[in-house]
Design a protein around this ligand. Structure first.
Ligand code: ZN
Length: 47
């Protein structure tokens, strides 16, 4: 069942505050990310 692990880790990081959620594709990203690695959308510098 290791294919489930990465999702769980992402959610754990999200709760820890190290990640944010992309408003375009709803994937978890590092909070420092300025470009979505999934959709390539620009997220702007921080919140
Ligand atoms: Zn995205």
């Amino acid at each position: 069942m290791s294919f489930l692990t990465s999702d769980n880790d992402q959610e754990k990081n999200f709760r820890k505050g190290d990640t944010k959620r992309c408003p375009y594709c709803a994937e978890y990203l590092k909070k420092e990310a300025i470009v979505c690695k999934h959709g390539g959308k620009s997220l702007g510098p921080g919140d």
